[in-house]
Design a protein around this ligand. Sequence first.
Ligand code: FES
Length: 706
Amino acid sequence: MAEYRIESHPILPIEKRPIFTFTWQGRKFDAKQGETISSALFANGVRTFGHHAKDGAPQGIFCANGQCAQCLVLADGHPVKSCMELIRPDVRVEPVEGLPQLPWGPDPGSPSPRIRKIEEVRVPVLIIGGGPAGLSAAIELGRRGVETIVIDDKHRLGGKLVLQTHRFFGSIETVYAGTRGIDIATRLENEVRSRPSVRIWLQSTALAVYSDKKVGVLKGGSRYVLVEPSVLLVTSGAREKNLAFPGNTLPGVYGAGAFQTLVNRDLVRPSKRLFIVGGGNVGLIAGYHALQAGIPVVGLVEAMPECGGYKVHKDKLARFGVPIHTSHTILSANGVDSVESVTIVKVDPRFRPLPGTERSFSCDTVLIAVGLDPVNEFFVKAKEFGLPAFAAGDAEEIAEASAAIFSGKIRGLEVAKSLGADVGEISPDWYDTAEILKSKPGKTEKEEPPGPEKGAFPVLHCVQEIPCDPCTAVCPRDLIKIDPGDIRRLPVFLAREEGKGCTGCEKCVAICPGLAVTLVDFRKDAEFPTVAIPYEFLKESFEAGDRVTVQDTEGAPLGNVEVVAVKAVKANDRTVIIKVRAPKEYAKRIAGIRIQPEQKSEPMDLYVNRTEDDTIVCRCERVTAGTIRNLIRKGVRDINQIKALTRTSMGSCGAKTCTPLVHNLFREEGVPESEIVDQPKRPLFMEVPLGVFAGLPSGEDDHGPK
Ligand code: FES
């Protein structure tokens, strides 16, 4: 169904891939070679994949990352995680209704399976995670000829970089700022692959770090291998935080990472009306990606009085017509078999809902983007067992991908040094740069449009201190400057000398990752200057002669003006420049063009038919907040006891989703962290058939493949 596939995208190429058919509940559907079963289902409008064995609740994708098992389906009778399993021609896909039957197994009376020897590999460095940090570290190790294995559970390297269509912030000199995430992934991958001492194992998942300092790896998705590294470098990234609210497990409620996977990796349009919870960079960027994919964004809620992400990201969304509701939270996701609407509510300064301020919006998808937690279990275990270990990127500390690139580079050098490689002294400046790249947004200045209304000049609508400097590197006249000691300072356009001023080349307009630079040109018309506006949507959206609504930095409409040119040139790397002719009274204040009609809050029936106590906390075992809250009120402080009494955290996600929510419940009940007894983290990182530990390929019994 074409309506669920992205057929044109302003940034991503649409590859032609072979199409074949498969069946879902006996109906024939089309699939594209190379996509996962879940994406093929979404592409055909299916998003409820079955119903839970315990209470019949509908199930659909949640993490799209192999971590939660909410997306289980039967493929030719075998239960598989549909977000990780590639679709095959003619495969028979069925929903999981209740518990799937145990698959495979020798016929009664057949000989016992033969136990095979497990392959063991010794290597100086094992890197878990082929994202920005892992690849940067591998490059440094490879440059010094250090034997290294990089493992990654995906089909390609790059981690979350491959989902990022926007240009990156940070420093051009150190972390490829101004280049799109997808292209940084390719550059890093190419460089790693050019280093002969680095081996890459894709579709390979680390399962556990053991007390004998070996790491169990499911290699290539099927073979169990024990790797014995001299040093372990953990760059396994982050997992998204979850949120407990009524309706939180309905199909259609999922993380921003899952959404970006569907949209930007698999080019599937999973939503017709999207709502976002969380105003950090992840939520703001996901909203932008949705708009680029042609998905209307109905709104975004942020519980704080201000969004925590970069102001330039927030401003972009506001200009594109996305209502941003600060000091609001989600009250419930509503629907029967999947999301049909969302209800939000205003909160007081202590984040308590204010009765009477509820509003509902029709939508089919609710993205949860309320922060990230480091995936650091392997690092913690390695330390516990005395295996020399380092961590970098989000596994060490949550920050932007640009910071992960740089921390990976430093950690790669540190690892090489710990193994005796000659790397010299690592400059203290590098550690300072790493801290700058990790820093949160600083102070915001009032926007002051620049001086005299003559000639051509850029207007820098960038008024919040963030680590970012690409605009300074591209000006051929060297007229844009940032304090060289700290790229968080605001850029300034230098006063022009006669004959040496701005040439109007528009390079600064095209490169700004925040779309926060315009160029105003009075040279041809002193009353109606042209304004060059950066635009990362389909160039066909506008043509000369169209009239468009232009807005100031924060999205306030300024007027309706004429488009005089649409410039899409290769040098601008898919950033289109729209030129408008505008009155001089507000030309300098123009920052963008509205692309989405105003989203109205439609009064509608609230069908919040669940209470807060009915909110699911453990989605695998369907344990509610009320059940756990009762135990806390009875004095239980040990999560192991909650686990034993309720089965909380005993499901297939391995406690990754619910544990932080249980901690939240303790906090809500006024129990200090110091009184909580946490549960020990145990292997395995994800479920695998037992046979793999006996040397059988995953999915195969001793009698042949499934
Ligand atoms: S959605 Fe597939 S494992 Fe989480």
